[in-house]
Design a protein around this ligand. Structure first.
Ligand code: IYR
Length: 230
Protein backbone atom coordinates (compact mmCIF):
# COMPACT_ATOMS: atom_id res chain seq x y z
CA UNK A 1 0.00 0.00 0.00
CA UNK A 2 1.29 3.42 -0.93
CA UNK A 3 1.11 5.76 2.02
CA UNK A 4 1.26 9.54 1.76
CA UNK A 5 4.49 10.84 3.20
CA UNK A 6 3.90 13.71 5.55
CA UNK A 7 6.23 16.32 6.89
CA UNK A 8 5.49 18.60 9.81
CA UNK A 9 5.61 22.37 9.23
CA UNK A 10 4.98 24.45 12.37
CA UNK A 11 3.58 21.27 13.91
CA UNK A 12 1.01 20.78 11.15
CA UNK A 13 0.98 17.91 8.64
CA UNK A 14 1.90 18.80 5.06
CA UNK A 15 2.07 16.66 1.91
CA UNK A 16 4.03 17.27 -1.29
CA UNK A 17 2.06 19.36 -3.81
CA UNK A 18 1.24 17.29 -6.90
CA UNK A 19 2.12 19.89 -9.49
CA UNK A 20 0.63 20.12 -12.95
CA UNK A 21 3.51 21.88 -14.71
CA UNK A 22 3.22 21.65 -18.49
CA UNK A 23 6.06 21.44 -21.00
CA UNK A 24 6.74 24.95 -22.40
CA UNK A 25 5.23 24.20 -25.79
CA UNK A 26 1.99 22.98 -24.17
CA UNK A 27 1.48 26.01 -21.96
CA UNK A 28 0.12 28.43 -24.54
CA UNK A 29 -1.79 25.70 -26.37
CA UNK A 30 -3.61 24.53 -23.23
CA UNK A 31 -4.45 28.04 -22.07
CA UNK A 32 -5.81 28.92 -25.52
CA UNK A 33 -7.86 25.73 -25.76
CA UNK A 34 -9.43 26.38 -22.38
CA UNK A 35 -10.21 29.98 -23.32
CA UNK A 36 -11.81 28.80 -26.54
CA UNK A 37 -13.99 26.32 -24.61
CA UNK A 38 -15.10 28.89 -22.04
CA UNK A 39 -15.60 31.61 -24.64
CA UNK A 40 -18.45 29.46 -25.99
CA UNK A 41 -20.27 29.52 -22.63
CA UNK A 42 -23.57 31.36 -22.68
CA UNK A 43 -26.37 31.81 -20.20
CA UNK A 44 -29.20 29.66 -21.54
CA UNK A 45 -32.85 30.23 -20.61
CA UNK A 46 -34.52 27.50 -22.66
CA UNK A 47 -33.99 23.90 -21.60
CA UNK A 48 -34.73 20.44 -22.94
CA UNK A 49 -36.24 18.06 -20.40
CA UNK A 50 -33.66 15.34 -21.27
CA UNK A 51 -32.43 13.83 -18.02
CA UNK A 52 -28.93 14.33 -16.65
CA UNK A 53 -27.64 11.46 -14.48
CA UNK A 54 -27.38 12.16 -10.76
CA UNK A 55 -23.74 11.03 -10.76
CA UNK A 56 -22.90 13.85 -13.19
CA UNK A 57 -24.48 16.40 -10.83
CA UNK A 58 -22.60 14.86 -7.89
CA UNK A 59 -19.33 15.19 -9.80
CA UNK A 60 -20.05 18.81 -10.77
CA UNK A 61 -20.75 19.65 -7.13
CA UNK A 62 -17.53 17.93 -6.00
CA UNK A 63 -15.68 19.99 -8.62
CA UNK A 64 -17.20 23.24 -7.30
CA UNK A 65 -16.21 22.23 -3.79
CA UNK A 66 -12.52 22.15 -4.82
CA UNK A 67 -12.72 25.97 -4.70
CA UNK A 68 -10.48 27.86 -2.29
CA UNK A 69 -12.30 29.29 0.72
CA UNK A 70 -11.50 31.51 3.71
CA UNK A 71 -9.54 29.43 6.27
CA UNK A 72 -10.62 26.37 4.24
CA UNK A 73 -14.04 26.49 5.91
CA UNK A 74 -15.88 25.52 2.69
CA UNK A 75 -18.91 27.59 3.74
CA UNK A 76 -21.38 26.21 1.22
CA UNK A 77 -24.18 23.71 0.69
CA UNK A 78 -25.27 22.71 -2.82
CA UNK A 79 -28.91 21.58 -2.93
CA UNK A 80 -29.68 19.61 -6.10
CA UNK A 81 -33.40 19.39 -6.89
CA UNK A 82 -34.83 16.99 -9.47
CA UNK A 83 -38.20 16.43 -7.76
CA UNK A 84 -40.97 17.85 -10.00
CA UNK A 85 -43.28 18.92 -7.17
CA UNK A 86 -40.48 20.81 -5.50
CA UNK A 87 -39.42 22.41 -8.80
CA UNK A 88 -43.01 23.59 -9.33
CA UNK A 89 -43.10 25.09 -5.82
CA UNK A 90 -39.79 26.85 -6.48
CA UNK A 91 -41.04 28.22 -9.83
CA UNK A 92 -44.28 29.51 -8.28
CA UNK A 93 -42.50 31.22 -5.37
CA UNK A 94 -39.78 32.67 -7.65
CA UNK A 95 -42.36 34.06 -10.09
CA UNK A 96 -44.24 35.79 -7.26
CA UNK A 97 -41.02 37.64 -6.33
CA UNK A 98 -40.06 38.27 -9.95
CA UNK A 99 -43.51 39.73 -10.74
CA UNK A 100 -43.11 42.13 -7.84
CA UNK A 101 -39.56 42.99 -8.96
CA UNK A 102 -40.40 43.62 -12.62
CA UNK A 103 -43.59 45.54 -11.75
CA UNK A 104 -42.31 47.69 -8.89
CA UNK A 105 -38.90 46.94 -7.37
CA UNK A 106 -36.64 47.35 -10.44
CA UNK A 107 -35.92 50.82 -11.81
CA UNK A 108 -36.78 51.77 -15.40
CA UNK A 109 -33.06 52.10 -16.10
CA UNK A 110 -32.44 48.56 -14.84
CA UNK A 111 -35.24 47.15 -17.00
CA UNK A 112 -33.88 49.10 -19.98
CA UNK A 113 -30.43 47.52 -19.40
CA UNK A 114 -32.04 44.06 -19.38
CA UNK A 115 -34.12 44.60 -22.56
CA UNK A 116 -31.46 43.19 -24.97
CA UNK A 117 -31.29 40.02 -22.85
CA UNK A 118 -35.02 39.41 -23.10
CA UNK A 119 -35.56 38.49 -19.44
CA UNK A 120 -38.99 38.72 -17.84
CA UNK A 121 -40.97 37.55 -14.80
CA UNK A 122 -41.74 34.12 -16.31
CA UNK A 123 -39.31 31.37 -15.33
CA UNK A 124 -40.35 28.13 -17.10
CA UNK A 125 -36.76 26.84 -16.88
CA UNK A 126 -37.33 26.30 -13.14
CA UNK A 127 -39.64 23.39 -14.06
CA UNK A 128 -38.18 22.31 -17.40
CA UNK A 129 -34.51 21.86 -16.49
CA UNK A 130 -33.89 18.36 -15.09
CA UNK A 131 -31.93 19.76 -12.14
CA UNK A 132 -31.85 22.97 -10.14
CA UNK A 133 -28.75 23.51 -8.02
CA UNK A 134 -29.41 26.03 -5.28
CA UNK A 135 -26.21 27.21 -3.66
CA UNK A 136 -26.44 28.27 -0.02
CA UNK A 137 -23.76 30.22 1.83
CA UNK A 138 -23.12 29.40 5.48
CA UNK A 139 -22.86 32.72 7.29
CA UNK A 140 -21.36 30.73 10.16
CA UNK A 141 -21.00 27.05 11.03
CA UNK A 142 -22.75 25.28 13.88
CA UNK A 143 -20.53 22.93 15.89
CA UNK A 144 -21.70 19.51 17.07
CA UNK A 145 -22.60 20.99 20.45
CA UNK A 146 -24.61 23.76 18.82
CA UNK A 147 -22.10 26.60 19.13
CA UNK A 148 -21.50 29.21 16.43
CA UNK A 149 -18.19 28.87 14.59
CA UNK A 150 -16.81 31.61 12.36
CA UNK A 151 -16.55 31.48 8.58
CA UNK A 152 -14.49 34.02 6.66
CA UNK A 153 -14.84 35.79 3.31
CA UNK A 154 -18.07 33.88 2.81
CA UNK A 155 -19.35 35.81 -0.24
CA UNK A 156 -15.98 35.65 -1.98
CA UNK A 157 -15.58 31.91 -1.23
CA UNK A 158 -19.07 30.95 -2.37
CA UNK A 159 -18.80 33.23 -5.42
CA UNK A 160 -15.59 31.47 -6.48
CA UNK A 161 -17.19 28.03 -5.95
CA UNK A 162 -20.15 29.11 -8.10
CA UNK A 163 -17.78 30.24 -10.86
CA UNK A 164 -16.10 26.85 -10.77
CA UNK A 165 -19.48 25.11 -10.83
CA UNK A 166 -20.55 27.11 -13.90
CA UNK A 167 -17.24 26.22 -15.58
CA UNK A 168 -17.67 22.52 -14.75
CA UNK A 169 -21.25 22.53 -16.08
CA UNK A 170 -20.09 24.04 -19.37
CA UNK A 171 -17.13 21.65 -19.60
CA UNK A 172 -19.59 18.73 -19.28
CA UNK A 173 -21.49 19.99 -22.35
CA UNK A 174 -24.44 21.15 -20.25
CA UNK A 175 -25.88 24.64 -19.85
CA UNK A 176 -26.90 26.85 -16.96
CA UNK A 177 -28.00 30.33 -16.02
CA UNK A 178 -27.22 32.43 -12.95
CA UNK A 179 -30.68 33.05 -11.60
CA UNK A 180 -31.04 35.31 -8.57
CA UNK A 181 -34.70 35.85 -7.77
CA UNK A 182 -34.79 38.60 -5.21
CA UNK A 183 -35.40 38.27 -2.31
CA UNK A 184 -34.40 34.60 -2.27
CA UNK A 185 -35.34 33.61 1.28
CA UNK A 186 -38.24 31.45 0.02
CA UNK A 187 -35.59 28.94 -1.10
CA UNK A 188 -34.31 28.29 2.45
CA UNK A 189 -37.93 27.73 3.55
CA UNK A 190 -38.87 25.38 0.70
CA UNK A 191 -35.69 23.35 1.15
CA UNK A 192 -35.80 23.34 4.97
CA UNK A 193 -32.33 24.78 5.31
CA UNK A 194 -30.87 25.41 8.78
CA UNK A 195 -30.76 28.94 10.22
CA UNK A 196 -27.08 29.53 9.33
CA UNK A 197 -27.69 29.12 5.57
CA UNK A 198 -28.74 31.83 3.08
CA UNK A 199 -29.60 31.26 -0.58
CA UNK A 200 -26.80 32.64 -2.76
CA UNK A 201 -27.52 31.53 -6.33
CA UNK A 202 -29.86 29.25 -8.25
CA UNK A 203 -28.51 27.39 -11.28
CA UNK A 204 -30.81 25.36 -13.55
CA UNK A 205 -28.73 22.58 -15.14
CA UNK A 206 -29.55 20.58 -18.25
CA UNK A 207 -29.33 20.40 -22.01
CA UNK A 208 -30.38 23.35 -24.13
CA UNK A 209 -33.62 23.20 -26.10
CA UNK A 210 -32.63 22.68 -29.75
CA UNK A 211 -32.36 25.12 -31.39
CA UNK A 212 -31.84 27.80 -28.76
CA UNK A 213 -31.13 31.42 -29.60
CA UNK A 214 -29.10 33.60 -27.25
CA UNK A 215 -28.61 37.37 -27.43
CA UNK A 216 -25.96 38.46 -29.94
CA UNK A 217 -23.73 40.22 -27.43
CA UNK A 218 -19.97 40.63 -27.36
CA UNK A 219 -17.35 40.34 -24.66
CA UNK A 220 -15.07 43.24 -23.84
CA UNK A 221 -11.69 43.05 -25.55
CA UNK A 222 -8.52 42.42 -23.52
CA UNK A 223 -7.45 46.08 -23.60
CA UNK A 224 -10.77 47.08 -21.98
CA UNK A 225 -10.51 44.55 -19.12
CA UNK A 226 -6.79 44.38 -18.34
CA UNK A 227 -3.82 46.62 -17.60
CA UNK A 228 -0.31 45.18 -17.65
CA UNK A 229 2.50 46.57 -15.49
CA UNK A 230 5.76 45.06 -16.78
N1 IYR B 1 -33.54 38.50 -11.26
C1 IYR B 1 -34.33 38.92 -12.41
C2 IYR B 1 -33.76 40.13 -13.09
C3 IYR B 1 -32.44 40.04 -13.71
C4 IYR B 1 -31.44 40.88 -13.25
C5 IYR B 1 -30.22 40.88 -13.86
I1 IYR B 1 -28.81 42.21 -13.24
C6 IYR B 1 -29.95 40.03 -14.93
O1 IYR B 1 -28.69 40.02 -15.54
C7 IYR B 1 -30.95 39.19 -15.40
C8 IYR B 1 -32.18 39.20 -14.76
C9 IYR B 1 -34.53 37.76 -13.39
O2 IYR B 1 -33.99 36.67 -13.15
O3 IYR B 1 -35.23 37.92 -14.38
Amino acid sequence: MITKSHILINGHKHVAYQSNVLPKEELLKQSKEFFSLLDKRRSVREYSDSPVPKEVIETLIKTASTAPSGAHKQPWTFCAVANSNLKTKIRKAAEIEEKESYESRMSDRWKKDLKPLGTNMHKPFLEKAPWLIIVFKKVHDISENGEKENNYYVNESVGIACGMLITAIHNAGLVTLTHTPSPMNFLAKLLNRPSNERAFLLLPVGYPKEPTYVPDIERKTLNKIAEFYE
